[in-house]
Design a protein around this ligand. Sequence first.
Ligand code: 5GP
Ligand code: MN
Length: 318
Amino acid sequence: MILETLKTSSRLLLATHIRPDGDAIGSLLALGRGLASLGKEVTLFNESAIPAIFRFLPGMDEIVSEPGDFQAYDALVVLDCSDISRIGQVAERLPQDLSVLNIDHHITNTGFGTQQWVEPKSSSTGEMIYHLLGDLGVGIDQAMAYAIYTAILTDTGSFLFQNTTPDSLTICGEMAAKGVDTYKVAQHLFATYSLGRLKLLNMVLETIEISDNGKLSVMYLTQEMLKETETDVDDINGLVNYAKYIEDVRVAVLIQEARTPLDDEGRYHVSLRSNGPVDVGSIAASYGGGGHPGAAAFTAFATLKEVKKEVMRISESL
Ligand code: 5GP
Ligand code: MN
């Protein structure tokens, strides 16, 4: 169904989630370029600023932060979003009659849109896009290969997470054979820490607390810390993982004070990471958020003290 709609549409708007990660950006670029190679008019949209670490990917300057008139499109393709609101404020002004194609791998996907293709077993949306491009008859070129490789690499935590499958490894091998310089990707994504980012990491590590039963660790990050270390939201990516590296910890949490003026005061983004069998996706969903069994997040409106207390309560059921 989705395949047919893509084939018959000539003007397509592609969108992905705010605070985009490698999978969001990679899926957007790969599908965008693939559809363009079939002669379609494609607009790539993301409401947030794109993290600097992804700027090396071919085609990045084609991503716009304003989609323009929706009447100009035959369909909107939403990538890597569990919920339509994840595309940002623009979700509120979508016309009722706009055809929305939902392509995603979150188990918590709400099933929004006119047509859905959700594969919770897929490591990443990028991996789904690889198969979709094959079905569309698109020959994957080097630029698409960079995008797909980055999507899979980042969503599998460099093949360390439980969502890593033979398929994800095979596809990445194939992308490398198509000319992806895997060392270059690694350098851009993981070896470009600023001194400020390391200082921020140091500050965040200082805040670590472990639950009484030792199964949950929680850290926090404030706007003040960002200011003091001259860092920004780009530098937060991945910090939560450090809370996972503690023996016996099953769930690691990073509470992040949301940014003003976009966000109200007393608003926190709570990132959860699982270190084993615990499904943090359903924990996040119970707080109104979502994600995957291994990585999820939700938003909390309270004081930092209250949020910490609530998070500690999660440890009781671990
Ligand atoms: P992070 O902790 O890196 O912000 O997000 C972890 C995972 O949870 C990602 O896969 C992301 O797609 C999902 N996620 C993050 N924030 C939200 C949210 O507010 N709502 C939902 N449904 N999912 C989220
Ligand atoms: Mn993803």
